[in-house]
Design a protein around this ligand. Sequence first.
Ligand code: ADP
Length: 256
Amino acid sequence: VINDDIFLARVLNINGMKVIHFQDITPFEIYKQAKKDFVSNVSHELKTPITVLKGVIETLENEEEPEIIKTFLKKAKNRIQQMDSLINDLLILAKLESKEEKIQKKEVKLRGLINSIFEDLKDVAEEKDVKLINKVPTDSTVFVDEKKFVILMKNLIENAIKYNKKEGSVTVESTLKNSKSYISVIDTGIGIPKESLPLIFERFYRVDKSRSRNVGGTGLGLSIVKHIAEAHNGKVQVESKLGEGSKFTVILPSGE
Ligand code: ADP
């Protein structure tokens, strides 16, 4: 190991001369470590709800009080929902990474697409008393793989609702600049600490593990967002102020 880089040294015999050959295997080692971390994170994320479910079943076996049974069934349902979301997100990531599914871009009207995501998330927003505001101009279009772009926007909007304050708002706006589409999701929520900003797109990274789990996250949402943006040759930027809110901007090429 030299300066954090990892080399594989081989002694070769070339024409009677001993030659030491060094190969930089740092990227491979990083990949191996990331894979190990990923498997251990997934196992942990699945083990926690399973442990809770085991406890719930043991309690229910000897419980006759209807109210207690109801409470425990609700607990079980939440944990199953948590595992279901995790497996869904893992499947989305696996598909994106396998590249078996090609990106199929077409021109899509943005305002209508955002309205239908708002409709899907209406109940979640109402529960938190969060107002959803669509400021996308009526003639705004994006050149995207519609299915994947919906997954991207839904993740951003859902986060903007989940990490918002009561009676806060989520605004989506878009603009075209230098042949690029800028689509922003702006919330009036809790914000993200500066030191966490470079990490939030990492798989399973959460600013506050216990709070994020309470609001029902898998920790994979933003890594899916980044993946989809990059598959469109785009990127995602984030600005945030702790206690005031966050702004996530997706920047995509506006045409073919
Ligand atoms: P999760 O499923 O936990 O929401 P994500 O990958 O979507 O995972 O987000 C990673 C973390 O980034 C979240 O746990 C949360 O701490 C933070 N985060 C994401 N979006 C927002 C937001 N709009 N406001 C505040 N924090 C956010």
